[in-house]
Design a protein around this ligand. Structure first.
Ligand SMILES: [Zn+2]
Length: 65
């Protein structure tokens, strides 16, 4: 889900593979990376979840009619 890269000075960057947003850069430790990734609210994921909910709701409505 996340792409981590290391800088020349040893710090890390992490990027979300869903929305391709750089979540954090120049992070010192992997623990901090975990925290930054956990904090990321991915707009792409939210969007796909909303879409799935809508499709489910429409399927439900169609079933009723
Ligand atoms: Zn994302």
């Amino acid at each position: 889900m996340y792409s981590r890269t290391q800088n020349e000075n040893g710090s890390y960057n992490t990027r979300c593979l869903y929305c391709f947003m750089t979540i954090a850069s120049s992070i010192e430790t992997e623990k901090e990376l975990d925290r930054a990734e956990a904090r990321h609210l991915c707009p792409e994921k939210v969007l796909s979840q909303l879409l799935a909910q809508r499709i489910a709701a429409e399927a439900h409505a169609a079933h009723r009619n």
